[in-house]
Design a protein around this ligand. Structure first.
Ligand code: ADP
Length: 260
């Protein structure tokens, strides 16, 4: 009886130990998996522009009797892809810093309307050039506690996407409202929309819904993951509603009071 009791106690201790070790290890393994996935995705994203640069440069070297047009076409490709790589590298750096908790948020009072108007002014020439109507609908004067630079980055990511995925004659509306203790900003477009199957994944790193269009427009598939990080770092929430062929509405809410 004593031996059976001892065996049962040993088994109980072992299974409890196993259970606890599993609970402690699973998050570490998950983090490790995520990290290796991130490195794999980042390498894949860097490889594409690098391959374009290499092939264009090789063609320039190998064919001495090229025309001026061909030469400028190849050089344009090299410059465009180098710019894509440099944008990607700086975005990756931002994400790596955010992961390592090395990204500081400098909170201060920010008047949302001023930020939105400033960005709208900045983007007006681009929307006009693309034949898109950019409307700004602001009523309440809302002051929040936020990192102004990050807030600008967040709105620019969402507006830039709206412009990328909205065709000529479309409309983009920027609006902002106070709702209870939240300031809610809406970026709505009458563009391509997002397929229901893609919606749950669009905030994931490197996820692109319309891969061809995203690449054509210089997208990295990282914008929305950064947008989400900025919103959450401010204690806020972000959501999206979209219908293919009708348009997309991104909405983020930030607390009016300084987050604790
Ligand atoms: P990307 O650099 O590809 O735009 P994002 O992370 O910013 O990466 O967006 C992820 C995906 O979400 C995009 O590839 C696109 O499919 C979709 N998306 C984002 N914003 C919009 C929008 N306003 N209209 C349609 N699709 C959008």
């Amino acid at each position: 009886i004593i031996v059976t009791g001892m065996v049962i106690s040993m088994l109980a201790i072992l299974s409890a130990g196993f259970y606890l070790a599993r609970r402690a290890l699973v998050p570490i393994m998950d983090a490790w998996d995520k990290q290796s996935q991130f490195v794999a995705d980042a390498s894949h994203e860097l490889r594409t522009p690098l391959a374009v640069i290499k092939s264009n440069a090789e063609l320039l070297l190998r064919h001495p009797e090229r025309t001026i047009e061909d030469e400028s076409f190849r050089i344009t490709n090299v410059v465009r892809e180098s710019m894509r790589m440099s944008k990607l590298v700086s975005t990756l750096l931002t994400l790596a810093r955010a992961d390592a908790n090395q990204m500081e948020i400098h909170l201060g009072p920010v008047v949302l309307n001023d930020v939105i108007c400033g960005i709208a002014e900045q983007f007006k020439p681009l929307t006009e050039m693309k034949g898109i109507h950019l409307a700004v609908d602001l009523t309440d004067d809302i002051e929040i506690t936020a990192d102004k630079e990050r807030l600008q980055q967040l709105i620019v990511i969402l507006l830039d996407n709206a412009i990328k995925y909205t065709p000529e004659t479309g409309t983009i509306t920027l609006s902002c409202r106070r709702q209870a203790n939240w300031a809610t900003m809406i970026i709505e477009d009458t563009g391509a929309g997002i397929a229901a199957a893609d919606l749950p994944r669009i905030f994931d790193r490197f996820y692109r819904g319309d891969k061809v269009r995203s690449r054509e427009q210089g997208g990295t598939g990282l914008g929305l993951s950064i947008a989400k990080w900025i919103v959450e770092k401010h204690g806020g929430k972000i959501k999206v509603d979209s219908e293919v062929g009708v348009g997309t509405k991104f909405q983020f809410s930030l607390p009016l009071a300084k987050p604790r």
